[in-house]
Design a protein around this ligand. Structure first.
Ligand code: GLU
Length: 304
């Protein structure tokens, strides 16, 4: 049962936004869902800023994201980590994988790669073959991997068919998300990853990296994807987003609704909503999704 999922170590959950913009409705669903799950399990809830990709970063976004979390009353247990300050961790992991032959240098350029996105193994055996190495890839075998997602149900993925040997250090020298997320979750002792369903397809790759790095396997719960009234992934266009548009308690009520929880109408303050949510939270009620944000929210005036 979700509430009694066996964890053989103290529960640690986390929320890990990339500072590429404001926290939009979908991100707040992940923040609130991961937070309530950590509270349910009597564990810690950590926040990590995934600022490993300077070209995609928006100046000041990380600070504004933390302010938004605080405005909702979401305060992390322990200090906020920033991936940009953790480079030596990733270098150690890379080095180890290369030394053990689990990763290899790849000299392919974009032109060498097929359009279906599945790496054909070109540099697997014969690394640089006279050409300069560009990226580093993690070697994957052609095998199906199964895991049980606490919200999405049983999953099967075969990374060899999804993407082939995948990049863990990019051509521009930056550490790839897949490696950083696994190293950091491992080092923070994360027991369960609760995040948006847009990342479910990355999970098998991350489990393979956990194994290769000798890290304990985490559990997974992927929260519903939030779509607009037309079923499209929510755009980041400002003004539309309830997180910006509504008073905070009204926005929190909508987030809880997207997570399958409907607080009684009389609850109008953040404190009252959180008290109700912590008491009534049940992961089994969370829909697999997608969830449309088109459902009319509470009236703005109810909350001012
Ligand atoms: N940084 C990723 C994002 O903002 C989330 C990573 C994760 O939760 O694993 O989409």
């Amino acid at each position: 049962m979700a509430g009694t999922a066996p964890f053989d170590r103290p529960y640690v959950g986390r929320f890990a936004p990339s500072p590429t913009g404001e926290l939009h409705f979908g991100s707040m669903v992940a923040a609130v869902g991961s937070y309530l799950r950590a509270r349910e399990m009597g564990g810690a809830w950590r926040v990590r800023i995934e600022d490993l990709d300077p070209p995609r970063e928006i100046a000041g976004a990380a600070e504004r994201q933390l302010q938004t979390l605080a405005r909702f009353g979401l305060l992390p247990d322990g200090p906020v980590e920033r991936q940009s300050l953790l480079q030596s961790r990733y270098q150690r992991a890379l080095h180890g994988l290369l030394q053990r032959g689990l990763a290899f240098r790849c000299s392919c350029t974009r032109k060498d790669l097929p359009t279906d996105g599945v790496y054909p193994g070109t540099c697997r055996k014969n690394a640089a073959s006279g050409r300069p190495a560009r990226s580093i890839r993690f070697r994957v075998d052609d095998a199906e991997l199964e895991f049980d997602d606490a919200v999405q149900g049983p999953q099967r993925q075969n990374p060899a068919q999804q993407c082939g040997d995948f990049v863990i250090r990019r051509t521009d020298g930056l550490i790839a998300y897949q490696l950083a997320v696994v190293v950091d979750d491992g080092s923070a002792g994360v027991t369960e990853v609760v995040r948006g369903a847009d990342l479910v397809d990355s999970t098998a790759r991350q489990i393979l990296l956990q194994r290769a790095l000798g890290l304990p396997r985490t559990a997974y719960a992927h929260l519903p994807l939030i779509v607009d009234a037309h079923g499209r992934k929510l755009s980041k266009s400002e003004g539309d987003d309830p997180i910006e548009r509504l008073p905070t308690p009204a926005a929190l009520r909508l987030v809880l609704r997207a997570l399958g929880h409907e607080p009684p109408g009389g609850l109008r303050t953040l404190d009252a909503l959180w008290a109700w949510a912590e008491k009534n939270w049940n992961l089994e009620q969370v829909p697999a999704g997608p969830v449309s944000i088109g459902v009319q929210g509470p009236d703005h005036d109810d909350y001012t």
